[in-house]
Design a protein around this ligand. Structure first.
Ligand code: 13P
Ligand code: SF4
Length: 324
């Protein structure tokens, strides 16, 4: 761990990690007039120190509304990039610049430009899990919590490209009855769940409700009693009368579920192998130490070319308007 922290830094004050990281981060937050925004897939320690924890939509709304001078984004690159697009004049920090996203990576800008050109007259609705370049080529951004609602607001005769997640796209098609042209991208974490092991787990826990994120594959989703974004899953787990749940999304969310309902049981859906590969390797690159160091050194900072930033802002603003 310490070696990773050191390699993240190249300045001399790296070896002085304070004993009380929580206290030191709170001090830096006041000094910088910073807000810490964290996704549910972050380590519990990071969730516990954040000013706001949420899903991608909630985090974008917070980023759009904040009056902090500095945004510290405990999440992955496309999330921090979205915060920067919404706040071009603010300092936006990401604890580890390598915290990317396999789904965003599955949609390279040049290939997507060709795909778009091959489908003239199509409106482009892109899932927020994409790069700023893809956002700049899109008409409307959506997240897992508003994708169905946004597509429903588009006139029925308007052809639509949906990118980059084919699983969320298929789910939206089912929910809206619309025929979408799908980019064939996916999330390495949500595709790792094993349907066979899930069924075995259901046999062991017949009382447990399966709840799933729409980034999961259709074979897994058909076992789910409830499908929704991370915030929606958290809300459902609290209001459902069930006392046990099998949770088919990144297990970081279970920290908040367990805090909200300590007497309920939350069982992570099993991956194919005996590994922790249902933990997002990108999200988990951020650590409390790196969070402290990025605030101390004010780097790594998210920067974007101005034309991309301006072009990517419009579809994000449309999403925020259409979700109000
Ligand atoms: P939500 O934040 O919309 O639930 O999506 C989960 C996810 O995979 C974020 O990377
Ligand atoms: Fe990307 Fe999947 Fe990780 Fe979310 S969980 S950041 S979609 S790789």
């Amino acid at each position: 761990m310490f070696a990773t922290v050191l390699s993240h830094q190249n300045s001399s004050h790296t070896n002085a990690l304070p004993q009380d990281l929580f206290g030191a981060i709170a001090d830096l937050k006041r000094e910088l007039k910073a807000v810490i925004l964290a996704h549910y897939y972050q380590d519990p320690d990071i969730q516990d120190i954040a000013d706001y924890i949420g899903d991608s939509l909630g985090l974008s709304q917070q980023a759009a509304a904040t009056n902090a001078d500095v945004i510290v984004f405990a999440g992955v690159h496309f999330m921090a990039e979205t915060a920067k697009i919404l706040n071009p004049h603010k300092l936006v920090l990401l604890p580890d610049l390598e915290a990317g996203c396999s789904l965003a990576d599955s949609c390279p800008p040049q290939a997507f430009a060709e795909f778009k050109a091959a489908h003239p007259g199509h409106l482009v609705v892109s899932y927020i899990n994409c790069t700023a370049e893809i956002k700049a080529m899109s008409d409307i951004i959506c997240t897992s919590s508003n994708a169905v609602n946004i597509v429903k607001q588009i006139p029925a005769d308007q052809p639509i490209i949906f990118a980059p997640d084919r699983n969320l796209g298929r789910y939206v098609m089912e929910q809206t009855g619309r025929d979408l042209v799908l980019w064939q991208g996916s999330c390495m974490v949500h595709e790792t769940f094993s349907e066979r092991k899930l069924v075995e787990l259901q046999i062991q826990h017949p009382e447990a409700e399966v709840i799933a994120h729409p980034e999961c594959e259709p074979a897994l989703l058909r076992h789910a009693r409830y499908i929704g974004s991370t915030t929606a899953l958290l809300n459902y787990a609290q209001m459902s009368a069930s006392q046990a749940f099998i949770v088919a999304t990144e297990p970081g969310i279970i920290h908040q579920m367990q805090k909200a309902k300590p007497n309920k049981q939350f069982i992570p859906a099993p991956p194919m192998n005996q590994c922790a590969c249902n933990e997002c390797p990108h999200m988990r690159l951020n650590t409390l130490e790196k969070l402290y160091l990025c605030m101390k050194t004010r780097q790594p900072e998210i920067t974007l070319p101005e034309p991309i930033q301006a072009a990517a802002l419009r579809p994000i603003q449309r999403m925020l308007e259409m979700s109000a």
